[in-house]
Design a protein around this ligand. Structure first.
Ligand code: XBP
Ligand code: MG
Length: 239
Protein backbone atom coordinates (compact mmCIF):
# COMPACT_ATOMS: atom_id res chain seq x y z
CA UNK A 1 0.00 0.00 0.00
CA UNK A 2 1.26 3.46 -0.88
CA UNK A 3 2.34 6.02 1.72
CA UNK A 4 -0.57 8.18 2.87
CA UNK A 5 -0.67 11.23 0.59
CA UNK A 6 -3.88 12.71 2.00
CA UNK A 7 -6.77 12.25 4.41
CA UNK A 8 -10.26 12.68 2.92
CA UNK A 9 -13.15 13.32 5.29
CA UNK A 10 -16.87 12.92 4.94
CA UNK A 11 -18.80 15.56 6.93
CA UNK A 12 -22.24 14.55 8.15
CA UNK A 13 -21.97 11.82 10.74
CA UNK A 14 -18.17 11.79 10.49
CA UNK A 15 -16.80 15.21 11.42
CA UNK A 16 -19.92 15.89 13.48
CA UNK A 17 -23.17 14.14 14.38
CA UNK A 18 -25.21 16.56 12.29
CA UNK A 19 -28.18 14.52 11.14
CA UNK A 20 -30.58 13.92 14.04
CA UNK A 21 -30.27 17.24 15.90
CA UNK A 22 -29.04 19.38 12.98
CA UNK A 23 -30.29 18.67 9.48
CA UNK A 24 -33.49 16.97 10.65
CA UNK A 25 -34.47 19.93 12.86
CA UNK A 26 -33.57 22.41 10.10
CA UNK A 27 -35.79 20.54 7.64
CA UNK A 28 -38.71 20.61 10.11
CA UNK A 29 -38.27 24.36 10.71
CA UNK A 30 -38.28 25.02 6.96
CA UNK A 31 -41.44 22.90 6.55
CA UNK A 32 -43.12 24.85 9.35
CA UNK A 33 -42.09 28.21 7.85
CA UNK A 34 -43.66 27.09 4.56
CA UNK A 35 -46.94 26.25 6.34
CA UNK A 36 -46.48 22.51 5.73
CA UNK A 37 -47.60 20.03 8.39
CA UNK A 38 -44.68 17.74 7.60
CA UNK A 39 -42.67 16.61 10.60
CA UNK A 40 -39.71 14.29 10.18
CA UNK A 41 -39.41 12.30 13.42
CA UNK A 42 -36.09 10.81 14.50
CA UNK A 43 -37.29 7.40 13.32
CA UNK A 44 -38.68 8.58 9.97
CA UNK A 45 -35.52 10.57 9.29
CA UNK A 46 -33.50 7.39 9.79
CA UNK A 47 -35.50 5.86 6.93
CA UNK A 48 -35.15 8.98 4.78
CA UNK A 49 -31.35 8.88 5.15
CA UNK A 50 -31.50 6.05 2.64
CA UNK A 51 -31.40 8.88 0.12
CA UNK A 52 -28.43 11.25 0.23
CA UNK A 53 -28.87 14.91 -0.63
CA UNK A 54 -31.47 17.13 1.04
CA UNK A 55 -33.37 17.99 -2.14
CA UNK A 56 -33.41 14.35 -3.21
CA UNK A 57 -34.54 13.38 0.30
CA UNK A 58 -37.55 15.72 0.19
CA UNK A 59 -38.63 14.20 -3.13
CA UNK A 60 -38.13 10.71 -1.71
CA UNK A 61 -40.33 11.65 1.27
CA UNK A 62 -43.09 12.88 -1.06
CA UNK A 63 -42.94 9.80 -3.24
CA UNK A 64 -42.71 7.18 -0.49
CA UNK A 65 -44.13 8.66 2.73
CA UNK A 66 -46.62 11.41 1.89
CA UNK A 67 -49.23 10.59 -0.71
CA UNK A 68 -51.66 13.25 0.55
CA UNK A 69 -49.63 16.25 -0.66
CA UNK A 70 -50.42 17.58 -4.14
CA UNK A 71 -47.04 18.67 -5.56
CA UNK A 72 -46.93 21.99 -7.40
CA UNK A 73 -46.31 22.15 -11.14
CA UNK A 74 -42.71 23.27 -10.58
CA UNK A 75 -41.73 20.62 -8.07
CA UNK A 76 -38.00 21.21 -8.55
CA UNK A 77 -38.41 24.91 -7.82
CA UNK A 78 -40.59 24.19 -4.79
CA UNK A 79 -38.07 21.69 -3.41
CA UNK A 80 -35.12 24.00 -4.13
CA UNK A 81 -36.80 26.83 -2.20
CA UNK A 82 -37.57 24.54 0.74
CA UNK A 83 -34.00 23.29 0.74
CA UNK A 84 -32.57 26.81 0.65
CA UNK A 85 -34.74 27.72 3.67
CA UNK A 86 -33.54 24.58 5.43
CA UNK A 87 -29.92 25.48 4.77
CA UNK A 88 -30.51 28.92 6.28
CA UNK A 89 -31.88 27.28 9.42
CA UNK A 90 -28.98 24.81 9.51
CA UNK A 91 -26.38 27.57 9.23
CA UNK A 92 -28.10 29.45 12.07
CA UNK A 93 -27.89 26.32 14.22
CA UNK A 94 -24.17 26.00 13.40
CA UNK A 95 -23.68 29.64 14.39
CA UNK A 96 -25.39 28.86 17.72
CA UNK A 97 -22.91 26.01 18.28
CA UNK A 98 -25.67 23.40 18.39
CA UNK A 99 -23.50 20.64 16.91
CA UNK A 100 -19.93 19.98 18.16
CA UNK A 101 -17.28 17.97 16.33
CA UNK A 102 -17.27 14.26 17.17
CA UNK A 103 -14.72 12.95 19.71
CA UNK A 104 -11.17 12.84 18.39
CA UNK A 105 -11.93 14.78 15.22
CA UNK A 106 -10.37 18.10 16.25
CA UNK A 107 -7.23 16.42 17.54
CA UNK A 108 -6.69 14.47 14.32
CA UNK A 109 -7.43 17.47 12.08
CA UNK A 110 -5.04 19.71 14.04
CA UNK A 111 -2.35 17.00 14.12
CA UNK A 112 -2.58 16.43 10.35
CA UNK A 113 -2.59 20.18 9.67
CA UNK A 114 0.49 20.73 11.87
CA UNK A 115 2.27 17.77 10.24
CA UNK A 116 1.49 19.14 6.77
CA UNK A 117 -0.52 16.09 5.75
CA UNK A 118 -2.86 17.23 2.94
CA UNK A 119 -6.55 16.98 3.75
CA UNK A 120 -9.75 17.18 1.74
CA UNK A 121 -13.49 16.93 2.24
CA UNK A 122 -15.89 14.78 0.18
CA UNK A 123 -19.50 15.36 1.21
CA UNK A 124 -23.05 15.29 -0.08
CA UNK A 125 -24.08 18.38 1.87
CA UNK A 126 -23.68 21.94 0.61
CA UNK A 127 -20.48 23.97 0.72
CA UNK A 128 -22.34 26.51 2.90
CA UNK A 129 -23.03 23.83 5.47
CA UNK A 130 -19.41 22.66 5.43
CA UNK A 131 -17.94 26.11 5.94
CA UNK A 132 -20.45 27.00 8.66
CA UNK A 133 -19.57 23.83 10.60
CA UNK A 134 -15.81 24.46 10.28
CA UNK A 135 -16.08 28.18 11.12
CA UNK A 136 -18.16 27.54 14.21
CA UNK A 137 -16.12 24.65 15.59
CA UNK A 138 -12.49 25.25 14.53
CA UNK A 139 -12.56 28.85 13.34
CA UNK A 140 -12.75 30.33 9.83
CA UNK A 141 -9.05 29.68 9.17
CA UNK A 142 -9.68 25.93 9.34
CA UNK A 143 -11.41 26.05 5.96
CA UNK A 144 -7.94 26.58 4.44
CA UNK A 145 -6.64 23.40 6.11
CA UNK A 146 -8.38 21.49 3.32
CA UNK A 147 -6.71 21.43 -0.10
CA UNK A 148 -10.03 20.55 -1.71
CA UNK A 149 -13.63 20.66 -0.51
CA UNK A 150 -15.95 18.57 -2.71
CA UNK A 151 -19.54 19.30 -1.69
CA UNK A 152 -23.13 18.74 -2.80
CA UNK A 153 -24.17 19.46 -6.36
CA UNK A 154 -20.60 19.92 -7.66
CA UNK A 155 -20.96 16.41 -9.09
CA UNK A 156 -23.94 14.91 -10.97
CA UNK A 157 -24.42 11.84 -8.74
CA UNK A 158 -24.34 11.78 -4.93
CA UNK A 159 -23.13 9.00 -2.65
CA UNK A 160 -23.14 5.98 -2.91
CA UNK A 161 -21.96 7.02 -6.37
CA UNK A 162 -18.17 7.59 -6.29
CA UNK A 163 -18.38 10.95 -8.05
CA UNK A 164 -17.50 13.22 -5.15
CA UNK A 165 -14.46 11.15 -4.19
CA UNK A 166 -13.33 10.97 -7.82
CA UNK A 167 -13.70 14.74 -8.04
CA UNK A 168 -11.50 15.25 -4.95
CA UNK A 169 -8.88 12.71 -6.08
CA UNK A 170 -8.72 14.27 -9.53
CA UNK A 171 -8.32 17.78 -8.10
CA UNK A 172 -5.52 16.52 -5.82
CA UNK A 173 -3.84 14.47 -8.56
CA UNK A 174 -4.01 11.35 -6.41
CA UNK A 175 -5.15 7.74 -6.80
CA UNK A 176 -7.48 6.01 -4.39
CA UNK A 177 -4.63 3.89 -2.97
CA UNK A 178 -2.79 7.01 -1.83
CA UNK A 179 -5.44 8.29 0.59
CA UNK A 180 -7.41 7.28 3.66
CA UNK A 181 -11.14 8.10 3.65
CA UNK A 182 -13.16 8.73 6.82
CA UNK A 183 -16.85 7.89 6.64
CA UNK A 184 -19.89 7.06 8.79
CA UNK A 185 -22.34 5.31 6.45
CA UNK A 186 -22.59 2.40 4.03
CA UNK A 187 -23.36 4.90 1.26
CA UNK A 188 -20.17 6.76 2.09
CA UNK A 189 -18.06 3.61 2.19
CA UNK A 190 -19.51 2.51 -1.16
CA UNK A 191 -18.69 5.90 -2.66
CA UNK A 192 -15.10 5.86 -1.38
CA UNK A 193 -14.51 2.23 -2.40
CA UNK A 194 -16.08 2.94 -5.79
CA UNK A 195 -13.44 5.63 -6.28
CA UNK A 196 -10.70 3.07 -5.68
CA UNK A 197 -9.95 4.09 -2.09
CA UNK A 198 -8.76 0.96 -0.29
CA UNK A 199 -8.27 2.38 3.18
CA UNK A 200 -11.53 3.51 4.76
CA UNK A 201 -12.04 4.32 8.44
CA UNK A 202 -15.65 4.21 9.63
CA UNK A 203 -16.94 5.85 12.78
CA UNK A 204 -20.52 4.70 13.27
CA UNK A 205 -23.42 6.64 14.77
CA UNK A 206 -26.95 5.79 15.84
CA UNK A 207 -28.24 5.95 12.27
CA UNK A 208 -25.47 3.92 10.65
CA UNK A 209 -24.39 1.30 13.19
CA UNK A 210 -24.97 -2.17 11.72
CA UNK A 211 -24.88 -1.05 8.09
CA UNK A 212 -22.72 -2.90 5.52
CA UNK A 213 -19.13 -1.81 6.17
CA UNK A 214 -17.55 -4.88 4.51
CA UNK A 215 -15.36 -2.62 2.36
CA UNK A 216 -14.07 -0.62 5.36
CA UNK A 217 -10.59 -1.13 6.85
CA UNK A 218 -11.36 -0.05 10.40
CA UNK A 219 -14.76 0.31 12.11
CA UNK A 220 -14.91 2.34 15.35
CA UNK A 221 -17.57 3.99 17.45
CA UNK A 222 -15.45 7.16 17.27
CA UNK A 223 -11.91 8.44 16.61
CA UNK A 224 -11.53 8.45 20.39
CA UNK A 225 -13.01 5.03 21.28
CA UNK A 226 -13.32 4.30 25.01
CA UNK A 227 -11.62 0.95 24.83
CA UNK A 228 -8.81 1.71 22.35
CA UNK A 229 -6.09 4.31 21.78
CA UNK A 230 -7.28 7.44 19.96
CA UNK A 231 -6.80 7.40 16.19
CA UNK A 232 -3.81 9.58 15.30
CA UNK A 233 -1.35 9.86 12.40
CA UNK A 234 0.89 7.12 13.86
CA UNK A 235 -2.10 4.73 13.95
CA UNK A 236 -3.12 5.65 10.41
CA UNK A 237 0.42 5.12 9.10
CA UNK A 238 0.16 1.46 10.12
CA UNK A 239 -2.90 0.93 7.90
C1 XBP B 1 -25.02 13.51 4.29
C2 XBP B 1 -26.15 13.83 3.40
C3 XBP B 1 -26.62 15.25 3.29
C4 XBP B 1 -27.20 15.71 4.64
C5 XBP B 1 -28.13 16.88 4.45
O1 XBP B 1 -23.87 14.03 3.67
O2 XBP B 1 -26.66 12.94 2.75
O3 XBP B 1 -27.62 15.28 2.29
O4 XBP B 1 -28.00 14.66 5.17
O5 XBP B 1 -27.42 17.94 3.83
P1 XBP B 1 -22.38 13.36 3.94
P2 XBP B 1 -28.08 18.70 2.57
O6 XBP B 1 -21.92 12.91 2.57
O7 XBP B 1 -21.58 14.48 4.53
O8 XBP B 1 -22.56 12.20 4.91
O9 XBP B 1 -29.51 19.00 2.96
O10 XBP B 1 -27.23 19.93 2.41
O11 XBP B 1 -27.97 17.72 1.44
MG1 MG C 1 -21.81 10.93 6.27
Amino acid sequence: MSEIAALVFDVDGTLADTERDGHRVAFNRAFSDAGLDWNWSVALYGQLLTVTGGKERIKYYLSEFNDSFTPPEDLDGFVADLHAAKTTHYKAMMADGVIPLRPGVERLLRQAHRAGVPMAIATTTTMDNVTSLLENTLGAESIDWFAQIGAGDIVPAKKPAPDIYLWVLDRMGLNGNQVIAFEDSAHGVAAAAGAGIDRIVVTTNEYTVGQDFSQATLILESLEPDDRPAVDLATLRTM
